[in-house]
Design a protein around this ligand. Structure first.
Ligand SMILES: Nc1ncnc2c1ncn2[C@@H]1O[C@H](COP(=O)(O)OP(=O)(O)OP(=O)(O)O)[C@@H](O)[C@H]1O
Length: 274
């Protein structure tokens, strides 16, 4: 639940690329220990919104606030340095590198060997394994293990544990469960809850309503670049949310159409034209 000032807030943000208006009047906020689920179909503007939050794009109009203060990110590094972490669908990890290497990519711990500084593999592995274990992923026990051998859910978890360890305050998860099976997705959702318990402000982007409902405190539905609905946990049913995401087209109507088609066509799918 949000406590006091939101950690991050967008106020009436528009984003255009030349003549193309992609985001319109986006206002949203996320507090400490709160999960905002951003739901939207393909092309709704989710990627553009993530990139705007992560300092890749500057808003064309409107403002971004952190801890109540208007903020401009000069680029992704600046946003990152101020605690915005983005984890993409495949975890942004390097499959041919070890768990320890991935965890410390760009901030490798070193030790002295004579006049040289070398990568401190033991320390990196120990901390990486400790951190993922603390997030509840007990199957990762060997920091030398190649990331390519981990499951999709474990990779996501590693990337989230990394962001938490390096002090992220806002965690943006871009479709973290989209390519995962049920069990793997459940792991990732557990980690999202853990990040929330640790007080991070989480923005969870998905088009899977059930996953959103499992972790979300607050929901925003993005349609053609605008927030079409904004509601809190418990305010809407799964069907209502799915209908909203489909742009107001009722899922019940859609199902009735499909059933009708199957009946009139003897249960057969449409035949391709000869
Ligand atoms: N740099 C750009 N220049 C022009 N149009 C853009 C640019 N980036 C995105 N768009 C347009 O903005 C709209 C939203 O794109 P965006 O990638 O943000 O959607 P999305 O919700 O992330 O979709 P998907 O899930 O399919 O990636 C699309 O119509 C896209 O063509």
């Amino acid at each position: 639940m949000s406590s006091g000032n939101p950690v991050i807030e967008l106020r009436s943000v528009d984003k255009s690329f030349g003549p193309i208006d992609v985001l319109h009047e986006i206002s949203l906020k996320v507090g400490e220990g709160e999960v905002l689920c951003l739901l939207g179909d393909n092309g709704a503007g989710k990627s553009t919104l993530i990139k705007t939050l992560a300092g890749v794009h500057q808003p064309t109009r409107g403002e971004i606030l952190m801890d109540g203060q208007p903020t401009t990110f000069s680029g992704p590094r600046d946003a990152q340095a101020r605690g915005i972490a983005t984890v993409h669908q495949f975890g942004g990890t390097y499959p041919l590198m070890s768990v320890g290497r991935n965890f410390f990519m760009g901030v490798e711990p070193t030790r002295n060997v004579g006049p040289f500084k070398v990568f401190d593999r033991e320390k990196a592995n120990r901390i990486a394994v400790e951190e993922v274990q603390k997030m509840g992923i007990t199957r990762i026990t060997d920091g030398d293990r190649l990331v390519g051998g981990l499951s999709g859910g474990e990779r996501q978890s590693l990337a989230i544990a990394r962001a938490v360890h390096f002090g992220a305050r806002v965690l943006i998860l871009d479709e973290p469960t989209a390519a995962l099976g049920v069990k793997q997705a459940a792991h990732v959702l557990r980690i999202v809850n853990e990040a929330k318990r640790r007080g991070l402000a989480v923005i969870f982007i998905t088009h899977q309503v059930m996953h959103a409902m499992a972790v979300g405190d607050h929901f925003a539905v993005l349609i053609r670049g605008a927030i079409a609905a904004d509601f809190r946990k418990g305010d809407k049913t799964r069907e209502e949310i799915a209908d909203l995401m489909a742009g107001g087209e009722s899922m019940a109507d859609l199902e009735a159409n499909i059933e009708g088609y199957m009946e009139t066509h003897d249960g057969h799918p449409p035949q391709p034209a000869a």
